[in-house]
Write a protein that binds this ligand. Structure first.
Ligand code: AMP
Length: 605
């Protein structure tokens, strides 16, 4: 059995890590990149692109480039209504009412597309570790409900991975952080990612990591900070030109890219320029977006979002029976925590400087790898006591919810409830399982409905059917039922009616397997093209800059010749034969470019 890997399947970026020796390590790609953008794109030739190459086509093919899919994972179409109009790609209603994206003319589930990210990560791990990788621990936001967890597990399965454990991101962060600390203390993990916000209050003592409470918002993250900038820029542009940029998907894609860049820049600078040339035309005249956003204005725009995160923190503290000052350490996780006003707000709330010793982008994957190490026996003596994020209950008379498992119950957990009949000779009982904190069933998320059948004829209230709710260590619910009178076990299937069925997952797994070789070849081709294009641009720029400098003409001519060869190969690279030529031409150009660089630097001494 090969080793188990840890995967942080992030909204924006994903990271993969493994445990070896006495520490976990991030598995970098061949070009040294430690994170992979969680972006999947359908290229112009119908090929699937994953990661950096997919992200690069975001502005030019916005409707076929899928990002932030984690915000749609496992949810129904109606549940994502408020985010779909902010996405440049189309979200459609798929089978079982699932939120799907439109790929060409067909709906595709976010699960299937996320599986491609996981598959690419798995390929990377296999390539870098030189062994086959079949088992993984995957992290999810603590606030993910049962359906979202199931969906994540299904995505792993479609990627050919046996998902040994789903763990909460903040718990993983604490695991990575806690193993080194060796102290007894309470910590708060404040995790602001691309699409989700999580807060967890944990207790670390003697290699036991106990989650005391968890909270957050699955629809609040760095994307919303970008959106605040987009809304502001859109309004400014509308006032200047009368053009609404959000009506054009291409302009929307470019604006999104620019807004995110501005946000990141504002973490360092006090001002950022948003420039999108030729973004629209008015009466045949091209219009350019050119705005300046100060950090102060940005902070005002995002303050309501930061306030929402603080409210979640206070609620989680209350659930843990603590005050902000009781927390010994605050750990920041996720790219969103790089925003200075976020750090300030957290510092003010907890009255202490947040701990920045752990890398916010990698800590979750590192923690997942530790858990992976625990599961494959490499790591000893770490006990993880996680909790369920939302109460699980049953709809009872009048549509009221009776809670069976309260939120923040430590998992694994098991509770039983006795059911009976309300009529004489009643043969079956309907059970509706919901998840959430609201009083009425309709206001919570419906997890499953099932029918207990085959009840022997008896007077009402006499039959006793014991229904047992088991939440496993992944936070996923399983239900079993037993007729106490006859001792007969009832088959209960709790697959969410709007989730993928086992058959569908199997079908997708088979399809992904069939597609894999072809996809891999296509991906390699796309990556080779991008490498060639970048090198070409780089060399041409170098040649231009070195004009008039003391470089042998023969070297310049050789470089130009090789550029021409790469350009030709780029034009022809469709078949695998021509693809080989592209790779060879690129390598030759790379080698010559290095030699050329030696000349330049020797000449400059
Ligand atoms: P994660 O899901 O943890 O990878 O976080 C991704 C989010 O962090 C995205 O919304 C990024 O735009 C945001 N982000 C990354 N770096 C920075 C930065 N330096 N300043 C502000 N936001 C950032």
């Amino acid at each position: 059995m090969g080793r188990v890997i840890g995967i942080d399947l992030g909204t924006t970026n994903s990271v993969i890590a493994f445990y070896e020796g006495s520490r976990s390590e991030v598995i970098a790609g061949t070009n040294g990149d430690r994170t992979t953008p969680s972006v999947v794109g359908r290229g112009s030739q119908g090929e699937w692109l994953v990661g950096e190459v997919a992200k690069r086509q975001m502005a030019t093919r916005p409707q076929q480039t899928f990002y932030s899919l984690k915000r749609l994972m496992g949810l129904r179409f109606d549940e994502v209504a408020d985010i779909t109009n902010k996405l440049p790609y189309e979200v459609v209603r798929g089978e079982h009412d699932l939120a799907c994206v439109r790929v060409d003319d067909k709906p595709m589930t976010p699960v299937e597309i996320s599986a491609m990210i996981l598959r690419a990560l798995r390929d990377r791990a296999e390539e870098m570790l030189g062994e086959s990788v079949e088992r993984a621990v995957i992290t999810v936001p603590a606030y993910f409900n049962d359906a979202q967890r199931q969906a994540t597990r299904d995505a792993g399965k479609i990627a050919g991975l046996e998902v040994l454990r789903i763990i909460n991101e903040p718990t993983a962060a604490a695991l990575a952080y806690g193993l080194d600390s060796g102290q007894t203390k309470s910590i708060a993990v404040y995790d602001l990612g691309g699409g989700t916000f999580d807060i967890s209050i944990l207790n670390l003592a003697d290699d036991v990591i106990e989650v005391l409470s968890t909270g957050g918002d699955t629809q609040l993250g760095g994307d919303d900070f970008d959106q605040a900038i987009i809304d502001w820029a859109r309004q400014e542009f509308l006032e200047q030109t009368g053009v609404d940029l959000l009506e054009d998907p291409m302009a929307r894609g470019r604006l999104k890219e620019t807004a995110e860049r501005a946000k990141v820049e504002l973490s360092q600078s006090l001002e950022s320029h948003l420039q999108v040339p030729f973004v629209a035309t008015v009466d045949g005249v091209p219009q350019h977006l050119d705005l300046t956003l100060s950090r102060a204005r940005f902070e005002r725009l995002v303050q309501p979002l930061i306030d929402r995160t603080l409210e979640c923190c206070l609620a989680a503290l209350e659930d843990a029976g603590m005050q902000p000052l009781d927390v010994d350490d605050v750990v920041l996780v996720g790219g969103g925590t790089r925003v200075p006003s976020v750090q300030r707000a957290v510092e003010e709330l907890f009255a202490k400087m947040p701990n920045k010793s752990v890398h916010p982008d990698e800590v979750v994957a590192l923690g997942a790898a530790i858990q992976a190490g625990v599961l494959d026996g490499t790591v000893e003596d770490v006990l993880l006591l996680d909790v369920i994020p939302l109460s699980i209950g049953l709809e009872t008379l009048g549509g009221v919810v009776t809670k069976v498992l309260e939120r923040n119950t430590t998992v694994p957990a098991r509770r039983s409830q006795i059911f009976s009949t309300v009529q004489d000779n009643q043969k079956s009982v309907n059970v509706h399982v919901v998840q959430g904190e609201r009083e009425m069933a309709v206001d919570n998320r419906s997890l499953a409905r099932f029918e207990l059948t085959g009840i022997p004829a008896a007077k009402k209230g006499v039959p006793q059917i014991e229904v047992t709710f088991d939440v496993d260590a992944d936070g996923i619910l399983k239900v079993s039922a037993r007729d106490l009178g006859t001792g007969v076990e009832q088959e209960v299937c709790v697959r969410d009616a709007s989730n993928l069925s086992e058959d569908e997952v199997e079908r997708m797994l088979a399809e992904a397997g069939e597609r894999h070789e072809e996809d891999l070849a296509r991906r390699r081709r796309a990556e080779a093209r991008h490498t060639a294009e970048e090198l070409l641009l780089n060399v041409e720029e170098t040649l231009e800059k070195s004009l008039g400098r003391d470089v042998p003409t023969a070297e310049c001519d050789r470089l130009r010749e090789l550029c021409e060869r790469v350009r030709d190969a780029l034009e022809n690279s469709v078949s695998s034969f021509e693809h080989d030529e592209l790779v060879e031409a690129t390598e030759a150009l790379q080698e010559a470019a290095h030699r050329f660089a030696d000349f330049i630097y020797q000449g400059s001494h």
